[in-house]
Write a protein that binds this ligand. Sequence first.
Ligand code: HEM
Length: 337
Amino acid sequence: MFCLLVFMCFGDRVEDKKIKEIEQVERRMVVNHSRFNILNFWPSLSKIVLRKRWAQFLQLRKDQEEVILPLIRARREVKEQRLRNLNVEGNEHVVSYVDTLLDLQLPDEKRKLNELEILNLCNEFLNGGTDTTTTALQWIMTNLVKYPQIQEKLLLEIKEVVGEGEEVVKEDDLGRMPYLKAIVLEGLRRHPPARLVLPHAVTKDTVVGEFVVPKNGTVNFMVADMGWDSKVWDDPMAFKPERFLNGEREVSFDITGSREIKMMPFGAGRRICPGYGLAILHLEYFVANLILSFEWRAVDGDDIDLSEKQELTIVMKNPLCAHISRRDAGSRAQVHD
Ligand code: HEM
């Protein structure tokens, strides 16, 4: 998933070694996030009291700049060459996220983004889209192992759409797979990777039930509890993709919550996750191809434990361990996680 996001971010010419370097600097920043977060409070004091931590943070930031700025500069160079009609890349040019940021003009300030702002947005893109999507994917695959009848039904739908003998599900096929869409939505409802959204603040004194939240007060939302509310969802702790299908076997669920909010795995409103469309596409694409290529079975005697653990996202306490075998060859392999 991380490789895929690196390609989308910087274009498809990033070598494996470079991807590893990017992964290392990003990971170090993410796992130290809460240790560094405290530096935001009263920086003039923390620069004295937490001198060592500031030094670690600044070093890590420097490492990030050393690894990522050359990639941003390379895209700028390609862009300039294309503008000069030198087109070193031949006819094929894949637009990357960085290309769009280089083109962006801030409407209010009437200026372009500088390099460090682009770096920050790349960090956000790479980190926002990795753990969230892989965690959701693991939970969904877990349920397909736990409930083989759902996996079987999905396989039938996939084969019906791609045709017998076809080995790959293409992006265009996904739109004709309502059961797949329902499985992904059910996975996000039952196992939302983020239990809280990012902190929001109210813009004026606001009454919520019996409470007054004063202007600028921080508010957050219990994402999982909303999706598990038995007043809204029938048998909420069960994994039932059918709940998202109407009679015509179509999904008409508004994940953005613009009409009503029954669950919000991506948040809702102006600050909804900007990557929600991409995340759903990645989940549908990976689930469909993993199921078309492989049969997933529980290890004998394992009834699949759905206990949770808080890491960067809510992950499986006991990661999925399953037998997978190629659907065509029947060869067997055991995989972890
Ligand atoms: C299953 C996958 C994902 C889940 C469950 C998820 C969930 C969320 C949630 C709950 C928020 C906070 C929304 C709020 O505060 O109201 C958020 C924000 C964000 N997400 Fe995602 N996300 C996913 C995938 C992605 C992807 C693929 C990307 C980009 C490649 C991404 C980029 C971001 C960014 C940049 C923000 C911050 C937006 C802001 O500051 O306003 N996310 N996401």
